[in-house]
Write a protein that binds this ligand. Structure first.
Ligand code: PLP
Length: 362
C-alpha cells in the first residue's frame, strides 16, 4: 500500500480508486492550465461546463442510459430523495414500498408525510436477512410507483431480480451498489444513488429519471430546489452545484470506463465477494447473517457467537491495519464493505487475518 494508506472497509464515505486520487492530486493547484483548482472555479465557466458535461456523458456511456432519461446531480445526499420522490412522483398520492432494511424504512417514514404508503412486502420478521418474494404484490391500480432499496447497506441484502411492478413505475435506491454491475436503465422510472458509497465524496446524489416523470404541475409550495424540473431545465445548475463532487465522480466514471466498464467491474466484484463469502461459509467462528441468495456484493455483515468476541475481533482488525469493520448497531457483529474501489488484495488480506485469528483463538 502506497502513502501509508490502509484497507478501509467503511460503508461510506468509502475508499476511492487510488489512480483517481492521484489524478486529483496532480490537478489540485492548477487544473489543466486554468491556473486554479476545480474548487475555486466558477460553475458558469467554460472549463467547468466541460467537466460536468463529460461527467454526464461518461455516466451515460457506462450505464447505456437511453436518451429519454435525464441525469441530474443534486445535493442533499440520498436522504433528500426520500422526500423528493413522493413530492414529485405522487400524482394520485399513493405509492407502494418494499421494506427490506434500514434505508427502505427511512424512505417509508418520509413518504408517509406526503401520501398513502402501502408496504407491500417486508422482511422484518427475520431482521431483514432476505428479500421477500415480489412476484405477485398487491399493488393498487392507482399506485404512482413501487419503491425498493436495491442494496441495503446496513443489512447486506440485495435483490437477485427486480420486483414485478405490474406495469407501475419502479423507483430504486442504488446508493450502495451504483455502478457495481450492469444495469438496464429502462426497467426503472427513477434510479438514484448517494455517491459517497461507490463513487465519490459525500454530499451529492445522482438521479436518473425518465423524462415523462418530470412534472410542471407540482404543488406551488414544493421548494424550487426539490422539483426535478428545476434541475432538469437547468442542467443541474439552477444554483451552485456540488462542483467538487461532480468533478471527482467524473474521474471515477472515466476510470471505470478505462478498466472495461460495468461488465468488467461486476466480474471483479463477484470475484472479490466470493473470497469473503467462501471464508464465512467454511469458518466455525464467523458466520454471514444473510440468506445466501440475497447476499450483497458490496456490504458483507458477519458475526461471531457473542458481542464480546465481535468487539475483540474488531479491535484486532483495527490494530492490524484494517479499518471500519464494526457492524452497524442494528445488526451487530462486523461488516466488510467491499465497494468497487476495494482491491481484491484487501479482501484477501482481511480473510488471511481472520483465518489466522480463528486458528489462534478458535
Ligand atoms: C447511505 C445511504 C443513504 C443515505 O445517504 P446520505 O447521502 O447520507 O443521505 C440512503 N440509502 C442507502 C442505500 C444508503 O446506503
Amino acid at each position: 500500500m502506497k502513502y501509508g494508506r490502509i484497507y478501509n472497509f467503511s460503508a461510506g464515505p468509502a475508499t476511492m480508486p487510488e489512480p483517481v486520487l492521484e489524478e486529483i492530486r496532480d490537478e489540485m493547484m492548477n487544473y489543466r492550465g486554468s491556473g486554479m483548482c476545480v474548487m475555486e472555479m466558477s460553475h458558469r465557466s467554460k472549463v467547468y461546463q466541460q467537466i460536468i458535461d463529460e461527467a454526464e456523458q461518461d455516466l451515460r456511456d457506462l450505464m447505456n442510459i437511453p436518451d429519454n432519461y435525464k441525469v441530474l446531480f443534486i445535493q442533499g445526499g440520498a436522504t433528500l430523495q426520500f422526500a423528493m420522490i413522493p413530492m414529485n412522483l405522487m400524482k394520485n398520492g399513493v405509492a407502494c414500498y418494499v421494506e427490506t432494511g434500514a434505508w427502505s424504512k427511512k424512505a417509508i417514514s418520509e413518504a408517509k408525510k406526503y401520501g398513502d404508503v402501502h408496504v407491500v412486502a417486508s422482511s422484518k420478521d427475520r431482521n431483514y436477512s432476505y428479500i421477500p418474494n415480489c412476484d405477485d404484490l398487491d399493488i393498487p391500480d392507482n399506485a404512482d410507483y413501487v419503491y425498493i432499496c436495491e442494496n441495503e447497506t446496513i443489512h447486506g441484502v440485495t435483490w437477485p431480480k427486480l420486483p414485478n411492478t405490474k406495469g407501475h413505475i419502479l423507483v430504486s435506491d442504488q446508493s450502495s451498489m451504483f455502478l457495481s454491475k450492469p444495469c438496464n436503465v429502462s426497467d426503472y422510472g427513477l434510479i438514484y444513488a448517494g455517491v459517497q458509497k461507490n463513487v465519490g465524496p459525500a454530499g451529492m446524489v445522482v438521479v436518473i429519471i425518465r423524462e415523462d416523470l418530470i412534472r410542471d404541475d407540482l404543488d406551488p409550495k414544493v421548494p424550487i430546489y426539490m422539483s426535478y424540473k428545476t434541475h432538469a431545465d437547468n442542467g443541474s445548475m439552477y444554483n451552485t452545484p456540488n462542483c467538487w463532487a461532480i468533478y471527482c465522480c467524473g474521474k471515477v466514471f472515466k476510470y471505470l470506463k478505462s478498466i472495461g466498464g460495468l461488465e468488467a467491474m461486476y466480474k471483479m466484484n463477484l470475484d472479490k465477494a466470493k473470497v469473503m463469502y467462501d471464508f464465512l461459509d467454511s469458518s466455525k467462528m464467523f458466520k454471514g447473517t444473510v440468506d445466501k441468495e440475497f447476499r450483497s456484493l458490496m456490504n458483507i455483515p458477519f458475526v461471531t457467537e457473542s458481542a464480546e468476541l465481535d468487539a475483540k475481533v474488531v479491535a484486532a482488525t483495527k490494530e492490524a491495519g484494517f479499518d471500519n469493520l464494526k457492524g452497524h448497531k442494528s445488526v451487530g457483529g462486523l461488516r466488510a464493505s467491499v465497494y468497487n474501489a476495494m482491491p481484491k488484495d484487501g479482501v484477501e488480506a482481511l480473510v488471511a487475518f481472520l483465518k489466522d485469528y480463528e486458528a489462534k483463538n478458535g
